[in-house]
Design a protein around this ligand. Structure first.
Ligand SMILES: [Fe+2]
Ligand SMILES: [Fe+2]
Length: 470
Protein backbone atom coordinates (compact mmCIF):
# COMPACT_ATOMS: atom_id res chain seq x y z
CA UNK A 1 0.00 0.00 0.00
CA UNK A 2 1.35 3.44 -0.85
CA UNK A 3 1.07 5.99 1.93
CA UNK A 4 -0.20 9.46 1.19
CA UNK A 5 2.17 12.29 1.92
CA UNK A 6 0.12 14.97 3.70
CA UNK A 7 3.13 17.05 4.65
CA UNK A 8 3.36 18.19 1.03
CA UNK A 9 1.54 21.20 -0.43
CA UNK A 10 -0.22 18.73 -2.68
CA UNK A 11 -1.09 15.50 -0.84
CA UNK A 12 -0.09 12.59 -3.04
CA UNK A 13 0.96 8.99 -3.22
CA UNK A 14 2.90 9.38 -6.46
CA UNK A 15 6.17 10.49 -4.86
CA UNK A 16 5.91 14.05 -6.20
CA UNK A 17 8.91 14.96 -4.04
CA UNK A 18 11.01 12.76 -6.29
CA UNK A 19 10.19 14.82 -9.40
CA UNK A 20 10.86 18.48 -8.67
CA UNK A 21 9.94 19.73 -12.15
CA UNK A 22 6.54 18.06 -12.05
CA UNK A 23 5.99 19.17 -8.47
CA UNK A 24 6.76 22.80 -9.35
CA UNK A 25 4.46 22.70 -12.39
CA UNK A 26 1.58 21.34 -10.28
CA UNK A 27 2.28 23.85 -7.53
CA UNK A 28 1.91 26.58 -10.12
CA UNK A 29 -1.43 25.14 -11.21
CA UNK A 30 -2.66 24.81 -7.62
CA UNK A 31 -3.42 28.53 -7.00
CA UNK A 32 -5.21 28.68 -10.36
CA UNK A 33 -7.36 25.77 -9.24
CA UNK A 34 -8.12 27.51 -5.93
CA UNK A 35 -8.99 30.70 -7.75
CA UNK A 36 -11.33 28.71 -10.02
CA UNK A 37 -12.93 27.11 -6.94
CA UNK A 38 -13.35 30.54 -5.40
CA UNK A 39 -15.00 31.97 -8.51
CA UNK A 40 -16.90 29.01 -9.94
CA UNK A 41 -17.47 26.70 -6.96
CA UNK A 42 -20.02 27.06 -4.13
CA UNK A 43 -18.43 30.39 -3.24
CA UNK A 44 -21.14 31.69 -0.91
CA UNK A 45 -20.28 28.91 1.48
CA UNK A 46 -16.54 29.41 1.80
CA UNK A 47 -16.81 30.24 5.50
CA UNK A 48 -18.99 27.25 6.34
CA UNK A 49 -17.62 24.30 8.27
CA UNK A 50 -18.61 21.17 6.42
CA UNK A 51 -18.43 17.61 7.70
CA UNK A 52 -16.45 16.12 4.81
CA UNK A 53 -14.59 12.96 4.04
CA UNK A 54 -11.09 13.31 2.68
CA UNK A 55 -9.10 10.55 1.04
CA UNK A 56 -6.18 9.59 3.27
CA UNK A 57 -5.12 6.28 1.73
CA UNK A 58 -6.03 4.11 -1.23
CA UNK A 59 -6.56 1.11 1.03
CA UNK A 60 -9.99 -0.48 0.52
CA UNK A 61 -10.39 -0.61 4.31
CA UNK A 62 -10.59 2.86 5.77
CA UNK A 63 -9.43 5.09 2.92
CA UNK A 64 -11.16 8.21 4.17
CA UNK A 65 -11.03 10.58 7.11
CA UNK A 66 -14.15 12.50 8.25
CA UNK A 67 -14.10 15.90 9.89
CA UNK A 68 -15.45 19.44 9.75
CA UNK A 69 -13.48 21.67 7.41
CA UNK A 70 -13.88 24.84 5.36
CA UNK A 71 -14.12 23.83 1.71
CA UNK A 72 -11.28 26.06 0.47
CA UNK A 73 -9.06 24.19 2.97
CA UNK A 74 -9.96 20.78 1.55
CA UNK A 75 -6.82 18.74 0.86
CA UNK A 76 -7.25 18.06 -2.85
CA UNK A 77 -4.62 15.54 -3.76
CA UNK A 78 -3.31 13.02 -6.25
CA UNK A 79 -4.02 9.41 -5.40
CA UNK A 80 -3.52 6.40 -7.62
CA UNK A 81 -4.67 2.89 -6.74
CA UNK A 82 -1.78 0.58 -5.91
CA UNK A 83 -0.04 -0.91 -8.95
CA UNK A 84 -0.81 -4.47 -9.96
CA UNK A 85 2.52 -6.28 -10.27
CA UNK A 86 3.42 -7.06 -13.88
CA UNK A 87 0.03 -5.95 -15.11
CA UNK A 88 -0.75 -7.07 -18.67
CA UNK A 89 -3.01 -5.48 -21.28
CA UNK A 90 -6.38 -7.18 -20.88
CA UNK A 91 -8.02 -6.66 -24.29
CA UNK A 92 -7.51 -5.56 -27.88
CA UNK A 93 -4.85 -6.50 -30.41
CA UNK A 94 -1.97 -6.09 -27.91
CA UNK A 95 -3.65 -8.26 -25.29
CA UNK A 96 -1.18 -10.05 -23.02
CA UNK A 97 1.66 -7.57 -23.56
CA UNK A 98 2.90 -5.56 -20.57
CA UNK A 99 0.78 -2.52 -19.66
CA UNK A 100 2.36 0.82 -20.60
CA UNK A 101 4.00 2.95 -17.95
CA UNK A 102 4.58 5.72 -20.51
CA UNK A 103 2.40 7.01 -23.34
CA UNK A 104 3.24 5.38 -26.68
CA UNK A 105 3.92 8.12 -29.26
CA UNK A 106 1.28 6.90 -31.72
CA UNK A 107 -1.52 7.15 -29.13
CA UNK A 108 -0.42 10.37 -27.52
CA UNK A 109 -3.06 12.70 -28.94
CA UNK A 110 -5.91 10.19 -28.60
CA UNK A 111 -5.06 9.45 -24.97
CA UNK A 112 -4.70 13.14 -24.22
CA UNK A 113 -8.14 13.72 -25.71
CA UNK A 114 -9.69 10.94 -23.62
CA UNK A 115 -8.16 12.36 -20.44
CA UNK A 116 -9.16 15.93 -21.26
CA UNK A 117 -12.74 14.89 -22.05
CA UNK A 118 -13.03 13.02 -18.76
CA UNK A 119 -11.28 15.83 -16.89
CA UNK A 120 -13.59 18.47 -18.36
CA UNK A 121 -16.70 16.88 -16.83
CA UNK A 122 -15.35 17.12 -13.27
CA UNK A 123 -15.15 20.91 -12.81
CA UNK A 124 -18.16 21.28 -15.13
CA UNK A 125 -20.43 19.57 -12.62
CA UNK A 126 -19.17 21.78 -9.79
CA UNK A 127 -20.06 24.81 -11.93
CA UNK A 128 -23.47 23.40 -12.77
CA UNK A 129 -24.26 22.90 -9.09
CA UNK A 130 -22.75 26.05 -7.67
CA UNK A 131 -25.97 27.79 -6.63
CA UNK A 132 -27.82 24.79 -5.23
CA UNK A 133 -26.61 25.41 -1.69
CA UNK A 134 -29.06 28.30 -1.40
CA UNK A 135 -32.07 26.01 -1.74
CA UNK A 136 -30.93 22.91 0.14
CA UNK A 137 -33.73 20.73 1.53
CA UNK A 138 -31.64 19.95 4.65
CA UNK A 139 -28.16 20.27 6.14
CA UNK A 140 -27.65 16.58 5.42
CA UNK A 141 -28.26 17.21 1.72
CA UNK A 142 -26.18 20.36 1.73
CA UNK A 143 -23.25 18.40 3.10
CA UNK A 144 -23.69 15.70 0.45
CA UNK A 145 -23.71 18.32 -2.29
CA UNK A 146 -20.47 19.81 -0.99
CA UNK A 147 -18.93 16.35 -0.60
CA UNK A 148 -19.63 15.66 -4.25
CA UNK A 149 -18.30 19.08 -5.25
CA UNK A 150 -14.96 18.71 -3.47
CA UNK A 151 -14.54 15.20 -4.87
CA UNK A 152 -15.26 16.33 -8.42
CA UNK A 153 -12.57 18.91 -7.76
CA UNK A 154 -10.24 16.09 -6.76
CA UNK A 155 -11.12 14.19 -9.91
CA UNK A 156 -10.00 17.21 -11.86
CA UNK A 157 -6.70 17.01 -9.97
CA UNK A 158 -6.45 13.35 -10.94
CA UNK A 159 -6.70 14.15 -14.64
CA UNK A 160 -4.47 17.20 -14.39
CA UNK A 161 -1.79 15.09 -12.76
CA UNK A 162 -1.81 12.74 -15.76
CA UNK A 163 -1.66 15.67 -18.19
CA UNK A 164 1.26 17.28 -16.36
CA UNK A 165 3.16 14.06 -15.71
CA UNK A 166 2.85 12.40 -19.11
CA UNK A 167 2.01 14.99 -21.78
CA UNK A 168 4.60 17.73 -21.33
CA UNK A 169 3.81 21.24 -22.48
CA UNK A 170 0.63 20.19 -24.33
CA UNK A 171 -0.61 18.61 -21.12
CA UNK A 172 0.09 21.75 -19.09
CA UNK A 173 -1.81 23.86 -21.63
CA UNK A 174 -4.75 21.46 -21.50
CA UNK A 175 -4.72 21.73 -17.69
CA UNK A 176 -5.13 25.49 -17.97
CA UNK A 177 -7.92 25.10 -20.51
CA UNK A 178 -9.76 22.84 -18.07
CA UNK A 179 -10.14 25.89 -15.83
CA UNK A 180 -10.88 28.29 -18.71
CA UNK A 181 -13.92 26.51 -20.16
CA UNK A 182 -17.09 26.93 -18.12
CA UNK A 183 -20.41 25.13 -18.00
CA UNK A 184 -22.97 26.90 -20.17
CA UNK A 185 -20.50 29.58 -21.30
CA UNK A 186 -21.49 30.90 -24.74
CA UNK A 187 -17.88 31.34 -25.91
CA UNK A 188 -16.06 28.62 -24.03
CA UNK A 189 -18.51 25.91 -23.03
CA UNK A 190 -17.65 22.55 -21.51
CA UNK A 191 -16.95 19.81 -24.06
CA UNK A 192 -20.04 17.62 -23.57
CA UNK A 193 -23.62 18.92 -23.87
CA UNK A 194 -24.98 17.38 -20.66
CA UNK A 195 -22.37 19.30 -18.70
CA UNK A 196 -23.67 22.58 -20.04
CA UNK A 197 -27.24 21.97 -18.85
CA UNK A 198 -28.05 24.10 -15.82
CA UNK A 199 -28.84 22.28 -12.57
CA UNK A 200 -30.94 24.79 -10.74
CA UNK A 201 -33.06 22.55 -8.53
CA UNK A 202 -32.47 19.52 -6.31
CA UNK A 203 -34.69 17.19 -8.27
CA UNK A 204 -32.34 17.76 -11.20
CA UNK A 205 -29.36 17.22 -8.91
CA UNK A 206 -30.65 13.81 -7.81
CA UNK A 207 -31.33 12.87 -11.44
CA UNK A 208 -27.92 14.15 -12.50
CA UNK A 209 -26.11 12.19 -9.79
CA UNK A 210 -28.21 9.12 -10.58
CA UNK A 211 -27.81 9.20 -14.37
CA UNK A 212 -24.85 11.39 -15.24
CA UNK A 213 -22.51 10.37 -12.43
CA UNK A 214 -23.38 6.80 -13.41
CA UNK A 215 -22.21 7.56 -16.93
CA UNK A 216 -19.05 8.76 -15.18
CA UNK A 217 -18.82 5.41 -13.45
CA UNK A 218 -18.99 3.61 -16.78
CA UNK A 219 -16.42 5.88 -18.41
CA UNK A 220 -14.09 5.42 -15.43
CA UNK A 221 -14.60 1.67 -15.50
CA UNK A 222 -13.65 1.49 -19.16
CA UNK A 223 -10.61 3.73 -18.61
CA UNK A 224 -9.66 1.61 -15.58
CA UNK A 225 -9.10 -1.20 -18.11
CA UNK A 226 -6.69 0.95 -20.13
CA UNK A 227 -3.29 -0.34 -21.17
CA UNK A 228 -1.92 3.02 -20.03
CA UNK A 229 -1.34 1.97 -16.44
CA UNK A 230 -1.25 5.39 -14.70
CA UNK A 231 -4.68 6.15 -16.20
CA UNK A 232 -5.99 2.79 -15.07
CA UNK A 233 -4.75 3.29 -11.52
CA UNK A 234 -6.10 6.85 -11.35
CA UNK A 235 -9.56 5.81 -12.50
CA UNK A 236 -9.71 2.84 -10.16
CA UNK A 237 -9.33 5.11 -7.17
CA UNK A 238 -11.81 7.69 -8.54
CA UNK A 239 -14.45 4.96 -8.67
CA UNK A 240 -14.20 4.60 -4.89
CA UNK A 241 -15.35 8.20 -4.45
CA UNK A 242 -17.83 8.09 -7.32
CA UNK A 243 -20.02 5.48 -5.58
CA UNK A 244 -21.19 8.09 -3.06
CA UNK A 245 -22.35 10.44 -5.83
CA UNK A 246 -24.70 7.80 -7.23
CA UNK A 247 -25.83 6.97 -3.69
CA UNK A 248 -26.93 10.58 -3.31
CA UNK A 249 -28.93 10.28 -6.55
CA UNK A 250 -30.55 6.96 -5.80
CA UNK A 251 -31.48 7.73 -2.20
CA UNK A 252 -32.49 11.29 -3.14
CA UNK A 253 -35.05 10.01 -5.65
CA UNK A 254 -36.15 7.29 -3.19
CA UNK A 255 -36.84 9.95 -0.59
CA UNK A 256 -38.84 12.04 -3.08
CA UNK A 257 -40.94 8.98 -3.98
CA UNK A 258 -41.43 8.16 -0.31
CA UNK A 259 -42.62 11.65 0.53
CA UNK A 260 -44.93 11.77 -2.50
CA UNK A 261 -46.54 8.47 -1.49
CA UNK A 262 -47.06 9.82 2.04
CA UNK A 263 -48.75 12.92 0.66
CA UNK A 264 -50.93 10.82 -1.65
CA UNK A 265 -51.97 8.75 1.34
CA UNK A 266 -52.75 11.83 3.43
CA UNK A 267 -54.82 13.24 0.58
CA UNK A 268 -56.41 9.92 -0.27
CA UNK A 269 -55.74 10.84 -3.89
CA UNK A 270 -53.14 10.43 -6.63
CA UNK A 271 -54.35 13.46 -8.55
CA UNK A 272 -51.12 15.20 -9.64
CA UNK A 273 -52.63 18.66 -9.17
CA UNK A 274 -53.59 17.89 -5.59
CA UNK A 275 -50.16 16.38 -4.90
CA UNK A 276 -48.57 19.55 -6.21
CA UNK A 277 -50.92 21.76 -4.22
CA UNK A 278 -49.80 19.84 -1.14
CA UNK A 279 -46.19 20.75 -1.93
CA UNK A 280 -44.90 17.40 -3.23
CA UNK A 281 -43.53 16.13 -6.53
CA UNK A 282 -46.21 14.14 -8.34
CA UNK A 283 -44.98 10.91 -9.90
CA UNK A 284 -45.66 11.93 -13.55
CA UNK A 285 -43.49 14.98 -12.91
CA UNK A 286 -40.70 12.81 -11.53
CA UNK A 287 -41.01 10.64 -14.64
CA UNK A 288 -40.39 13.72 -16.81
CA UNK A 289 -37.21 14.52 -14.91
CA UNK A 290 -36.05 10.91 -15.30
CA UNK A 291 -36.78 11.10 -19.05
CA UNK A 292 -34.81 14.30 -19.41
CA UNK A 293 -31.66 13.34 -17.53
CA UNK A 294 -31.56 9.74 -18.70
CA UNK A 295 -31.87 10.66 -22.38
CA UNK A 296 -29.33 13.44 -21.98
CA UNK A 297 -26.87 11.05 -20.32
CA UNK A 298 -27.36 8.36 -22.99
CA UNK A 299 -25.80 10.69 -25.55
CA UNK A 300 -22.57 10.69 -23.51
CA UNK A 301 -21.82 7.17 -24.75
CA UNK A 302 -21.53 8.41 -28.33
CA UNK A 303 -22.69 7.00 -31.66
CA UNK A 304 -24.00 3.46 -31.98
CA UNK A 305 -21.49 2.83 -34.75
CA UNK A 306 -18.11 4.34 -34.08
CA UNK A 307 -14.74 3.79 -35.67
CA UNK A 308 -13.11 5.74 -32.81
CA UNK A 309 -14.41 3.36 -30.20
CA UNK A 310 -13.23 0.44 -32.36
CA UNK A 311 -9.75 1.94 -32.61
CA UNK A 312 -9.61 2.80 -28.90
CA UNK A 313 -10.49 -0.77 -28.00
CA UNK A 314 -8.23 -2.47 -30.54
CA UNK A 315 -5.25 -0.38 -29.45
CA UNK A 316 -5.89 -0.97 -25.73
CA UNK A 317 -6.73 2.63 -24.77
CA UNK A 318 -10.26 2.01 -23.52
CA UNK A 319 -11.85 -1.33 -22.66
CA UNK A 320 -15.39 -2.32 -21.82
CA UNK A 321 -16.53 -1.74 -18.25
CA UNK A 322 -15.61 -4.87 -16.27
CA UNK A 323 -13.75 -6.33 -19.23
CA UNK A 324 -13.04 -9.44 -17.15
CA UNK A 325 -16.70 -10.52 -17.33
CA UNK A 326 -16.44 -11.19 -21.10
CA UNK A 327 -14.88 -14.21 -22.81
CA UNK A 328 -13.64 -12.67 -26.03
CA UNK A 329 -11.31 -9.70 -25.44
CA UNK A 330 -10.22 -9.15 -29.03
CA UNK A 331 -13.61 -9.03 -30.79
CA UNK A 332 -12.25 -9.33 -34.33
CA UNK A 333 -14.75 -12.12 -35.18
CA UNK A 334 -17.93 -10.90 -33.50
CA UNK A 335 -20.87 -8.86 -34.72
CA UNK A 336 -23.80 -7.16 -33.02
CA UNK A 337 -27.27 -6.87 -34.47
CA UNK A 338 -28.08 -3.20 -34.34
CA UNK A 339 -31.43 -1.58 -35.11
CA UNK A 340 -31.27 1.93 -36.56
CA UNK A 341 -34.00 3.98 -38.27
CA UNK A 342 -32.70 2.44 -41.52
CA UNK A 343 -33.41 -1.08 -40.27
CA UNK A 344 -31.56 -3.93 -38.57
CA UNK A 345 -28.06 -4.97 -39.59
CA UNK A 346 -25.07 -6.87 -38.25
CA UNK A 347 -22.26 -4.51 -37.33
CA UNK A 348 -18.70 -5.55 -36.41
CA UNK A 349 -18.72 -5.74 -32.60
CA UNK A 350 -15.64 -3.51 -32.41
CA UNK A 351 -17.60 -0.69 -34.02
CA UNK A 352 -20.61 -1.17 -31.75
CA UNK A 353 -18.86 -0.87 -28.37
CA UNK A 354 -20.51 2.42 -27.48
CA UNK A 355 -23.83 0.63 -27.77
CA UNK A 356 -22.58 -2.30 -25.69
CA UNK A 357 -21.58 0.16 -22.99
CA UNK A 358 -24.87 2.05 -23.23
CA UNK A 359 -26.82 -1.18 -22.81
CA UNK A 360 -24.94 -2.25 -19.70
CA UNK A 361 -25.34 1.28 -18.34
CA UNK A 362 -29.10 1.10 -18.84
CA UNK A 363 -29.19 -2.21 -17.01
CA UNK A 364 -27.40 -0.58 -14.09
CA UNK A 365 -29.93 2.29 -14.20
CA UNK A 366 -32.79 -0.22 -13.83
CA UNK A 367 -31.72 -1.07 -10.27
CA UNK A 368 -33.06 2.17 -8.81
CA UNK A 369 -36.19 2.00 -10.91
CA UNK A 370 -37.01 -1.42 -9.46
CA UNK A 371 -36.56 -0.10 -5.94
CA UNK A 372 -38.76 2.96 -6.52
CA UNK A 373 -41.45 0.90 -8.22
CA UNK A 374 -41.49 -1.54 -5.31
CA UNK A 375 -42.21 1.38 -3.00
CA UNK A 376 -45.05 2.53 -5.26
CA UNK A 377 -46.40 -1.01 -5.50
CA UNK A 378 -46.32 -1.46 -1.72
CA UNK A 379 -48.32 1.75 -1.40
CA UNK A 380 -50.89 0.16 -3.76
CA UNK A 381 -50.58 2.85 -6.42
CA UNK A 382 -51.00 2.06 -10.13
CA UNK A 383 -48.22 4.27 -11.39
CA UNK A 384 -44.86 2.80 -12.50
CA UNK A 385 -41.70 4.75 -13.25
CA UNK A 386 -39.67 3.67 -16.28
CA UNK A 387 -36.53 4.50 -18.20
CA UNK A 388 -36.97 6.13 -21.60
CA UNK A 389 -35.95 4.13 -24.67
CA UNK A 390 -32.42 4.83 -25.91
CA UNK A 391 -34.09 6.14 -29.10
CA UNK A 392 -35.87 8.93 -27.24
CA UNK A 393 -34.60 12.51 -27.57
CA UNK A 394 -31.17 11.56 -28.81
CA UNK A 395 -28.89 14.19 -30.33
CA UNK A 396 -25.96 11.90 -31.10
CA UNK A 397 -25.83 8.70 -33.15
CA UNK A 398 -28.22 6.80 -35.37
CA UNK A 399 -31.33 8.02 -33.54
CA UNK A 400 -30.31 11.68 -33.39
CA UNK A 401 -33.22 13.97 -34.18
CA UNK A 402 -35.63 11.05 -34.75
CA UNK A 403 -39.19 11.67 -33.52
CA UNK A 404 -39.40 8.68 -31.16
CA UNK A 405 -41.59 8.57 -28.06
CA UNK A 406 -40.18 7.45 -24.65
CA UNK A 407 -41.12 3.86 -25.54
CA UNK A 408 -39.00 4.13 -28.69
CA UNK A 409 -41.81 4.19 -31.26
CA UNK A 410 -41.27 6.48 -34.22
CA UNK A 411 -44.12 8.91 -34.75
CA UNK A 412 -45.20 11.84 -36.84
CA UNK A 413 -42.83 14.74 -36.21
CA UNK A 414 -45.49 17.33 -35.52
CA UNK A 415 -47.16 15.15 -32.93
CA UNK A 416 -43.76 14.43 -31.41
CA UNK A 417 -42.98 18.13 -31.04
CA UNK A 418 -46.30 18.89 -29.35
CA UNK A 419 -46.04 15.81 -27.10
CA UNK A 420 -42.57 16.67 -25.79
CA UNK A 421 -44.05 18.82 -23.03
CA UNK A 422 -45.76 15.66 -21.72
CA UNK A 423 -42.48 13.76 -21.62
CA UNK A 424 -39.86 16.19 -20.34
CA UNK A 425 -40.27 19.05 -17.86
CA UNK A 426 -42.19 22.00 -19.35
CA UNK A 427 -41.56 25.58 -18.27
CA UNK A 428 -44.54 25.30 -15.92
CA UNK A 429 -43.16 22.08 -14.42
CA UNK A 430 -39.78 23.69 -13.83
CA UNK A 431 -41.41 26.73 -12.26
CA UNK A 432 -43.34 24.46 -9.91
CA UNK A 433 -40.21 22.52 -8.91
CA UNK A 434 -38.38 25.79 -8.35
CA UNK A 435 -41.22 26.97 -6.10
CA UNK A 436 -40.56 23.94 -3.86
CA UNK A 437 -36.89 24.82 -3.48
CA UNK A 438 -36.86 26.58 -0.12
CA UNK A 439 -33.76 26.46 2.01
CA UNK A 440 -34.07 24.34 5.18
CA UNK A 441 -31.07 24.60 7.50
CA UNK A 442 -32.34 23.60 10.92
CA UNK A 443 -30.38 20.48 11.92
CA UNK A 444 -32.46 17.34 11.35
CA UNK A 445 -35.30 19.11 9.53
CA UNK A 446 -36.32 18.32 5.92
CA UNK A 447 -38.11 20.29 3.24
CA UNK A 448 -41.73 19.21 2.77
CA UNK A 449 -41.18 17.57 -0.63
CA UNK A 450 -38.60 15.03 0.51
CA UNK A 451 -38.53 12.35 3.21
CA UNK A 452 -35.59 12.15 5.65
CA UNK A 453 -32.82 9.68 4.77
CA UNK A 454 -32.68 6.36 6.58
CA UNK A 455 -29.49 7.26 8.42
CA UNK A 456 -27.00 10.06 8.88
CA UNK A 457 -23.45 10.34 7.58
CA UNK A 458 -20.76 8.06 9.00
CA UNK A 459 -23.02 6.76 11.79
CA UNK A 460 -23.83 10.24 13.07
CA UNK A 461 -27.45 11.04 13.94
CA UNK A 462 -29.62 12.77 11.38
CA UNK A 463 -29.86 15.80 13.69
CA UNK A 464 -26.12 16.36 13.52
CA UNK A 465 -25.14 19.81 12.25
CA UNK A 466 -23.44 18.59 9.06
CA UNK A 467 -22.79 22.12 7.88
CA UNK A 468 -22.07 24.90 10.34
CA UNK A 469 -23.00 28.05 8.48
CA UNK A 470 -21.51 31.29 9.77
FE1 LIG B 1 -16.03 12.66 -10.92
FE1 LIG C 1 -19.19 12.14 -9.60
Amino acid sequence: MSAIDYAEKIPNNVNLVGDRTLQRALERWQPQFLQWWHEMGPNDFEGANVYLRTAVSVDAQGWAHYGAIRMPDYRWGIFLADPVAERKIGFGDAMGQPAWQQVPGEYRSTLRRLIVTQGDTEPASVEQQRLLGHTCPSLYDLRNLFQINVEEGRHLWAMVYLLHAYFGRDGREEAEELLARHSGDADKPRILTTFNEPISDWLSLYCFTYFTDRDGKYQLKSLAESAFDPLSRTCRFMLTEEAHHMFVGETGISRVVKRTLEVMKELGSDDPDRVRAAGAVDLPLLQKYLNFWCSSSLDLFGSEISSNSAANFASGLKGRPDEGQYEDHVLREQTLNLVTPQGASDVPMLNALNEVMRESYLKDCEIGLKRWNRMIERAARDFRLSLPSSRFRRSIGAWAGQPADPQGNLMQRELYETSLADWIPSEADKAFVHSLMQKVIEPGRMAGWIAPPERGINNLPLEYEYVKLH
